[in-house]
Design a protein around this ligand. Structure first.
Ligand SMILES: NC(=O)c1ccc[n+]([C@@H]2O[C@H](COP(=O)([O-])OP(=O)(O)OC[C@H]3O[C@@H](n4cnc5c(N)ncnc54)[C@H](O)[C@@H]3O)[C@@H](O)[C@H]2O)c1
Length: 240
């Protein structure tokens, strides 16, 4: 029997209360992982995973969450830095508040998610970090200079971290989804959704499960054991 080797591995997913994050949480549970997730609010009873209220923009909040997770589930093997927001506007109209908000969640938030766990991973000599970037970080998109800047930065952060962490046998990779059906993209006006769909060679948006498979592969100590510093695009040939 072939297995991804995630049974009993402790994995933390940020922004796991809904959308892609919630799908990743339940998917990893099905693979036998012990999963904890964080979010700004936790819907009680929605998930059987350990849900902890924490804000990725605050290092203090993430350190407190990390303490609780490791006390309850044990040392963390895997991190999925998934929490992200959009605050779209054309560049000349983009406010400093919307610039800062997106940088704080999507870039600083990834750093704040990794920092509380990385020393332990180095000590144990194992771990896998998967950060969720976006097609927009590589290809760009109208109205998303702030979002695109953060998603490109996450790739840069990961490439350097992968080099630093390699000597400790800790890996860091990125999944870059194309347009995926979630609350985030359902908020797009129908006309825009139709236009985007027409640009995707697969002729449809992706499904959250298709991102969860990619994340599970990159977390796996078996399937991706020699893969680090990579960007795995999951976008139906929207950007190749
Ligand atoms: N949906 C897409 O088409 C798409 C495409 C490419 C990349 N992504 C990326 O995938 C990730 C998940 O997106 P989604 O579509 O599921 O979005 P979503 O809005 O449905 O879910 C994001 C989750 O992150 C949480 N979150 C926001 N700010 C937070 C904070 N400060 N601290 C903790 N949690 C916070 C939200 O509460 C929410 O539960 C994001 O990083 C997004 O940029 C999404």
């Amino acid at each position: 029997m072939v297995s991804l080797g995630l049974e009993d591995k402790v994995v933390v997913v940020t922004g796991g209360n809904r959308g892609i994050g919630a799908t990743i949480v339940s998917f990893l549970q099905e693979l036998g992982a012990k999963v904890a997730f964080t979010d700004l609010a936790i819907d009680e009873g929605k998930s059987s995973a350990l849900g902890i209220k924490a804000d990725v923009t605050s290092l203090e909040s993430m350190e407190e969450a990390a303490k609780q997770i490791e006390e309850k589930l044990g040392p963390v093997y895997g991190i999925v830095a998934n929490a992200g927001i959009t605050k779209d506007n054309f560049f000349p109209k983009l406010t400093s508040q919307d610039w800062d908000a997106v940088i704080n969640v999507n870039l600083k938030g990834v750093k704040n998610t990794i920092v509380p766990f990385i020393a332990g991973m180095y000590e144990r000599g194992e771990g896998s970090i998967v950060s969720i970037s976006s097609i927009v970080g590589e290809r760009g998109n109208l109205g998303q200079t702030n979002y695109g800047a953060t998603k490109a930065a996450v790739i840069g952060l990961t490439k350097s971290l992968a080099r630093e962490a390699a000597r400790y046998k800790v890996r860091a990779n990125v999944v870059a989804p194309g347009f995926i059906d979630t609350e985030m993209t359902l908020a797009m006006p129908e006309k825009v959704r139709d236009k985007v769909t027409a640009e995707i060679p697969f002729g449809r948006f992706g499904k959250p499960e298709e991102i969860a498979w990619a994340v599970a592969f990159l977390l796996s100590p078996v399937a991706s054991s020699f893969i680090t510093g990579e960007v795995l695009r999951v976008n139906g040939a929207h950007y190749t």
